[in-house]
Design a binder for this molecule. Sequence first.
Ligand SMILES: [Zn+2]
Length: 241
Amino acid sequence: MKSIRIPLLLLMIAALLLSLPALAEDGTEPADEAVNEGDGFYITPITDEIFARIYGKSFKEDCTVPREDLRYLHLLYVDLDGVEHEGEMIVNYHIAEDVLDIFRQLYEAKYPIERIRLVDEYDADDELSMEDNNSSSFNFRFISHTTRVSKHGLGLAVDVNTLYNPYTKIVDGVRIVEPITGEPYLDRDADFPYKIDHEDLCYKLFIEHGFEWGGDWEDRKDYQHFEIPTSVIEEWYPENK
Ligand SMILES: [Zn+2]
């Protein structure tokens, strides 16, 4: 019996070692690689299957952000009726764990979110996604007339409940509203669902995790928008100037 038991034990140890996550080439183990915590909240790299869904849409053909810098988040959320849904979001690897943690806390608090889909389901059309009150992050684009990638282009900004928390700015005396159907929700003293303000849990969680809120800007307002400060992004992407 002894001669059988020992090889069996060795086999079991070998199997256990093989099942441990492999270290990256530089010897570090990225904490957010293919984490599946079994509770509906997990992070994966951009697999071929996911890449096929986003290429030519949010991941434009001229995308300068490496696919390896992006992560796919699978998460759960609760709508206004308390119904649970599965959501998908793509963000930068630098913030993947933070964003997952924020949405996990929102879910646990039953914070209402109408939908969380990849913007690719709207052909990466921001206006259509916002009119549908969709929450999302990554959508590659350069800042107009520059070679700098925008914060959504880097996957370092997240928009939440976009119809009810529109973007607005006065340009040449004319008020711009995005989405255009979000105009009824520019009155931030009015009472309506999904409204983000300083008392809001979503606002508090993003701020706790180092984000800035577009509702705090002076020259324009972007009530749906949370982003990593420029000074931090310049450390992560010093070439993006
Ligand atoms: Zn935004």
